[in-house]
Design a protein around this ligand. Sequence first.
Ligand code: FES
Ligand SMILES: [Fe+2]
Length: 365
Amino acid sequence: MSEKRVAPIEKRTLPATFYRSRRLYEHSLDAIFARTWQWLTDSGSYPEEGAVAPVTLLPGALNEPLLLVAGARGESPSCLSNVCTHRGAILVEHGCQAKSLRCRYHGRRFSLDGSYQSAPGFEESVNFPQKQDHLSSLKLEHWGPFAFASLDPAFAFSELMGHMSERLSFLDLDRLVFKPELSNDYDINAHWALYVDNYLEGLHIPFVHPSLTSVLDLKSYRTELFQYGNLQLGVAAGKGDCFDLPPHSQDYGQEIGAYYYWLFPNMMFNFYPWGLSLNIVSPQGHDRTRVHFRTYVLDETRMGSYSPADIKQTEMEDEDVVHLVQKGIQSRLYQSGRYAPTWEQGVQQFHQLMARLMDTELGID
Ligand code: FES
Ligand SMILES: [Fe+2]
């Protein structure tokens, strides 16, 4: 997979006004979040055979009501709009067995493939039904046990996932087991992009994360960019745990403690020798963000360094500095900064991708 080059790193960071603007935040929902691939659910939450289950795409930001319809035995579910095409009522409020869908407002019926069946009161209608009277359907994409959807994708799912799929092809993703008791949601009073900015650079690690510093070899820490995301490679220091890599892995022979994958704009797949900490950054407003930390275990016996308890500690340290920045960027004396060469390439790439989709300069190149 070829790596993407970014413009020379001398450009300035995003202006503080970007993070303060309600207008740009609202615009980003349509321009970025509706046009990118979003994590929807995992196979453990699929409806049972013969059942349907409502699900919301990116709660708090897109809030798109969708419906999963169970596939035939062994097949993944299909995905429909969960909004009645008559006057827009939510069709299915709770998961249930269903042979067809009936809106409880005025009784319109749809089959499980979303096609219109009948509607009381519409017997005299002319030119009815038309295309828009059927339920819209959305193509689900899959990677391991995860399902993703996009309302209007600006790029193909394979362009998003290709690098990570190839690099981590040695992992048996179907063996990932979700651990609700080790998973948490965090509410942060800051703009979502400040949280992502912080994630994308390792420059702060020695200053903010003393225990993480002791298990990583920061001299070997590096960022690799690809088209719609990047990888921060955490090389283990002397006492840190590392992956047992097979000879066909391109990292064979290196002591890799963590693969930190960020997928544009808001998904982080953090792989450790024990499994995956999946972070979904969910904007809740221009100054509020919810981050879902979902823990999936591959090998419980490898829970040494980077255990969920250590990850929680790191998260608290990160939230603390993100709050510092959220306060600081309200200043009328601060406009923007400079990117640190090498260390902040990922941050610059993130800003460039946002600017491209928002079709505006945002004050950067
Ligand atoms: S809104 Fe569904 S039938 Fe009227
Ligand atoms: Fe951090």
